[in-house]
Ligand binder design. Sequence first.
Ligand code: HEM
Length: 197
Amino acid sequence: MEKTAKRWPLLLAIVVALSAIWAGFAAGENLAEDWQLAARWTARAGLPIFLLVYSASTLVRLLPSKSTKALLRDRRWWGLGFAASHTIHLYALTMVFVVGPDSRSPVSLIPGGLAYAMIYVMAVTSNAYSMRKLGRSWKRLHTLGMHYIWLVYTASYAGRIFQPEKQVEGLVGTSLLVAAFILRIAVRWPRHRTVRV
Ligand code: HEM
């Protein structure tokens, strides 16, 4: 199964995130702005990848087809792609701190730092060996991690709704994330009702 898995999503995610860095440098007017935009756009580039991983099982239930089944089958590689693209976000945001003044308090780094811990725990356990070793805890760990990352993403975009210059991104990002959450619950809901009847 491992041999047939398609690894291209990992490569695609890396190329997209590196393009976001390049775009930041093309648009910025000084080094501090270059990295600020690179940080913003690498996070943005990771959103569609995250949404694909988060919604793979929802999409296959909602629209069973060759492509949704392939997405579910290769979800591990999309997940690793997300981890790689967010590592590039981590590099860009580190450069924001290195090259320019940033007023962020250390406490404000805790939720994002925990999200990174989750991302890397999920990445290193994304293999058949860890699945076997962890048993039922594997699914709990990955469901919890996925929802924690969802929460950090949603909080980041929801906070932008109240900043006039970032309102559009805030509204689009929050709507996509909330829609993905609602769909995830909705496609599982009838099954629970059937069980109870
Ligand atoms: C301690 C860890 C983190 C720090 C210090 C950090 C820092 C930053 C910085 C400097 C920006 C650019 C801000 C701007 O110009 O608007 C940014 C953007 C963003 N980050 Fe991170 N980040 C962290 C982790 C994360 C994580 C784990 C996620 C998601 C799970 C995330 C999601 C976002 C989003 C959604 C944006 C805005 C993208 C947009 O405007 O479309 N960040 N972050």
